[in-house]
Design a protein around this ligand. Structure first.
Ligand code: ARG
Length: 457
């Protein structure tokens, strides 16, 4: 088959080279964006008189016809035409004849592919932002129901201090809020138009780059043609924000796995988000959070891959840059799939408040509160810490929790203890007294929920 660039060549391309250098296998995902960009380009070519209005219309109609046929699966991509850009140009020429060859006037695949990627990422970043909001909403829904549900809070995965379950969940709301802000911010850089940069140096045709940018919904035109065709920062930024977001998803997933274990039994995931074992009939496995945890790896990998592809590349376009696509598609698809499962999984999980309550009643996570009690009665904190450490040790030795010790037992350690110690120690009270801003008291958590709801507006 004759190549669109075949003029300078006297030999056919080696078949393996043709196969290996082609990108059509994956960049066919850019068909919509490629045609959208081409239509904007052709509008501008006609408006500036570079081609006639009549030619512009025929090319536009041809592109639309090709688009319909692609959507219906009526056209077959060919490896000989390398990539989505040249495949579509060939389809156009087949559709409307040699006039189709005017489409590429004043354009290069270098500014074309960059434009396609910007358009693609703009659309998908917006989708991902909206999926993040769905997860935030699911977190708010559960948190609303569980302000008064108390479970152990952990440090080092050792019981530390009891917290409201809503407080624990809302921590993830704020992580997701920052993720969303990073994605929104990255859109500023996605929103630049490379089209009209040509191969690298601009073009001899009197293009109107601003018109094209306006039509495609970009906020600005890249001021430097060499930067326009070789910039992939916008993809790296997306992948970085995606990596941090996946890290948060992975941490939450890990907690869901732990909480749904037999040892914890704090939550039960809905059957529709779990699978069974082919051999052990009793199993209900938390496959979804496990996979979300694992998929974080490929998102990090894609970021590392592209950073490595780009390092050391001289200006401007290099074929290396064709390797930017699969990682970007994979990151987008992984995020969309992961977030899509996460929101309903959180919404449908059953919270076992009774088991959480039982857990906080069978531990020493109220120890800090007795220390604070002695401090309020005048003992220096460091000394109180020492005293309570001894009481905990006594409790462990005698198989008693802090609420089980008698006042006489408390008096063996300090005369400052009075009957009111038992009020301080109940888990609800322990939570209620952490009233500092951003703390876990039920009142503070309710304020926090209001803030979260406002942030989601
Ligand atoms: N398929 C190519 C890519 O994705 C399009 C740009 C090709 N440009 C070129 N000068 N060979 O990078």
């Amino acid at each position: 088959m004759s190549k669109l660039w075949g003029g300078r060549f006297t030999k056919e391309t080696n078949k393996l080279v043709e196969e290996q250098t082609a990108s059509i296998h994956f960049d066919k995902k850019l068909a919509d964006e490629d045609i959208e960009g081409s239509i904007a380009h052709v509008h501008m070519l006609a408006a500036t008189g570079i081609i006639s209005e009549g030619e512009g219309e025929k090319i536009e109609n041809g592109l639309k016809a090709v688009h319909e046929k692609i959507k219906k699966g009526e056209l077959t991509y060919s490896v000989a035409n390398e990539d989505i850009h040249m495949n579509i140009e060939k389809f156009l020429i087949d559709e409307i004849g040699p006039l189709g060859g005017k489409l590429h006037t004043g354009r290069s695949r270098n500014d074309q592919v960059a434009t396609d990627m910007h358009l693609y990422l703009k659309k998908h970043t917006e989708t991902i932002i909206s999926l993040v909001k769905d997860v935030q909403q699911a977190v708010i829904n559960q948190a609303t129901d569980h302000v008064d549900t108390i479970l152990p809070g952990y440090t080092h995965l050792q019981r530390a201090q009891p917290v409201s379950f809503a407080h624990h969940l809302l921590a993830y709301f704020w992580m997701l809020q920052r993720d969303k802000e990073r994605l929104i911010d990255s859109l500023k850089r996605v929103n630049g138009s490379p089209l009209g940069a040509g191969a690298l140096a601009g073009t001899t045709f009197p293009l109107d780059r601003q018109q094209v940018a306006n039509e495609l919904g970009f906020d600005y035109v890249y001021p430097n043609s060499m930067d326009a065709v070789s910039d992939r920062d916008f993809i790296l930024e997306f992948m970085s924000a995606a990596s941090i977001l996946m890290m948060h998803i992975s941490r939450l997933s890990e907690e869901l796995v732990i909480w749904s274990s037999q040892e914890f039994q704090f939550i039960e995931l809905d059957d529709s988000f779990c699978t069974g074992s082919s051999i052990m009939p009793q199993k209900k496995n938390p496959d979804v959070p496990e996979l979300l945890r694992a998929k974080t790896g490929r998102v990090y990998g894609n970021l590392m891959g592209l950073l490595t592809v780009l390092k050391g590349l001289p200006l401007a376009y290099n074929k290396d840059m064709q390797e930017d696509k699969e990682g970007m598609f994979d990151t987008v698809e992984t995020l969309e799939g992961s977030l899509g499962m996460l929101a309903p999984m959180i919404d449908t999980m059953v919270v076992k408040a009774g088991n959480m309550k039982k857990a906080v009643s069978e531990d020493y996570s109220n120890a800090t509160d007795i220390a604070d009690y002695l401090v309020k009665k005048g003992m220096p904190f460091r000394q109180a810490h020492e005293v309570i450490g001894k009481i905990v040790l006594y409790g462990i030795d005698h198989n008693k929790y802090l609420l089980d010790l008698t006042l006489e037992e408390y008096h063996q350690f300090s005369e400052l203890f009075e009957k009111d110690i038992y009020e301080v120690l109940a888990p609800e009270q322990v939570v209620r007294s952490r009233r500092s801003y951003g703390g876990t008291s039920q009142d503070e958590v309710r304020n926090q929920l209001d803030l979260a709801r406002q942030a989601l507006q």
